[in-house]
Design a protein around this ligand. Structure first.
Ligand SMILES: *Cc1c(COP(=O)(O)O)cnc(C)c1O
Length: 449
């Protein structure tokens, strides 16, 4: 018989009066497989830590989102936000579902083209588009979303010599009642700047004004904010039609829908409090259908949803390195997943689950990553069972932004796996090796030998 592990007795404060009828759940669910692929074997075969992406979850979530909008509004087109996760395999899953590409740099633009996306199906956002980027986008007939007047002037210059008339939209920022207000991108609605930009475009006659765009922020927990945004954009569309007799083809409400992750300091879990796709769709389509836009000319609704589509599909599997007591007696567990590969742990109370059966006894624990850096904390406080060195953990809902905002720091980045809809595992990005990093370095002559 295996000797049971000694667990020191602890006194847990009973939280009276918190949350629902059944109190807060403090027992952690074990996650020992991802779509049927066992965690332990995956780590043995591919190393620890390792990212895993579920193709099934990506497709399922995409279909849910699409259904929420297409059942409420006649013309809907999603464009995958590349910066949220631009692994080529991931992008191609979205493209195979019918999603276009939404990019914010020349690098992302080229990536979309190399993934087989037609230039005509690319929305080009962001404040930093070079002359070369813009010329390419004009040539490919992509939709260029103008961010500021300097970009507008540059485009007018390019239009002088280009064989093609640039297809443009402007990005509009506005007060939708939420904070912080992202007024650094695009043209402001309330102070008349957006209208000013639209007039200049129309009067120039050199650009083809096809759309109006906004992206009000990220992790927006109030669906109604999108209703406000849609109404204000609809207002611009109506006024352009009135003044110039010009029909706008599309209205783009950007991304920003919250995923089910829980923000730090939130009282209730995000899965209980965040609006659903249906809530967002209801707010947006109501605003558009009830606007003054002529119903025969309803614009296509573009959505650039990132986070809410991919977060649930991503996992990172790791291993316990050690346990130790801090000077104040608090238990800490060190795992091999650091903030360098889990950037979102700065904002979220990520769900960490043991990958094997554990004791029911839990204790307030701080979960550290392996880095030699004081801020390398994955969870500041979680009721966690005692795991042994070598035990595995699974952190879920990490599909958004981690595989693009990660940083190379102290350790090398691990493999990324995709579990396909048949449960088969594929490596979609290799782990880095020392040469991945050192190959880019150059040695000045005087330091050689
Ligand atoms: C980042 C970004 C998105 C995606 O935002 P999410 O919050 O991940 O949905 C969409 N559009 C633009 C312009 C962006 O910058």
């Amino acid at each position: 018989m295996r000797k049971l592990k000694y667990e020191r007795p602890v006194i847990n404060k009973i939280q009276v009066g918190t949350s629902g009828k059944f109190g807060m759940q403090s027992r952690l669910q074990t996650i020992d497989n991802i779509d049927g692929v066992p965690v332990k074997e995956t780590i043995e075969k591919y190393g620890s830590p390792v990212y895993v992406i579920s193709e099934k979850t990506i497709r399922k979530t995409y279909k849910q989102a699409k259904r929420a909008f297409t059942t409420r509004y006649p013309k809907v087109q999603f464009a995958w936000s590349y910066k949220t996760n631009y692994l080529n395999a991931v992008c191609r899953i979205y493209h195979s579902e019918g999603s276009w590409a939404e990019v914010v740099s020349g690098f992302e633009y080229d990536k979309a083209i190399s993934n087989g996306v037609s230039g005509k199906n690319i929305l080009f956002n962001g404040p930093d588009k070079s002359r070369k980027d813009l010329e390419k986008a004009v040539e490919n007939e992509s939709y260029i979303h103008i961010d500021h007047f300097d970009e507008l002037y540059l485009l007018l210059e390019i239009a002088e010599t280009s064989r093609k008339k640039p297809k443009v939209a402007i990005r509009v920022n506005m007060d939708t009642g939420i904070h912080p207000r992202w007024d650094r991108f695009g043209f402001n609605y309330e102070n008349g700047e957006a209208w000013n930009a639209l007039n200049r475009i129309m009067i120039s006659k050199k650009l083809d004004l096809v759309g109006i765009h906004s992206h009000i922020g990220t992790y927006i927990m109030v669906a109604g904010a999108y209703g406000v945004a849609a109404s204000k954009l609809a207002d611009l569309i109506v006024n352009i039609d009135k003044k110039y007799g010009h029909k706008i083809e599309y209205i783009d409400l950007g991304g920003g829908f919250a995923s089910k992750n829980t923000l730090k300091g939130a009282y209730l879990p995000g899965s209980d409090t965040c609006p659903s796709f249906n809530d967002y769709a209801e707010a947006i389509s109501n605003a558009l259908i009830n606007s003054k836009i002529d119903h025969d000319n309803l614009p296509t609704l573009f959505l650039e949803t990132g986070r809410a589509l991919i977060d649930d599909a991503g996992y990172i599997l790791g291993t316990v390195i050690a346990n130790k007591r801090l000077a104040n007696g608090k238990r800490s567990t060190i795992i091999d997943i650091g903030v360098n590969m889990l950037f979102t742990s700065f904002w979220y109370e990520h769900n960490i689950a043991p990958a094997q059966l554990t004791s029911f006894q839990t204790e307030d624990t701080i979960i550290y990553g392996p880095l030699c850096m004081n801020i390398d904390i994955i969870r500041e406080n979680i009721k966690f069972p005692l795991l042994s060195k070598g035990d595995h953990v699974v952190i879920s809902r990490i599909g958004a932004y981690n595989m693009t905002q990660w940083m190379q720091f102290i350790t090398l980045r691990p493999k990324i796996l995709l579990v396909d809809t048949e449960g088969k595992t594929h490596i979609i990005r290799e782990n880095e090796t020392t040469s991945t990093i050192t190959d880019l370095e150059r040695m000045p002559q005087h330091l050689k030998n």
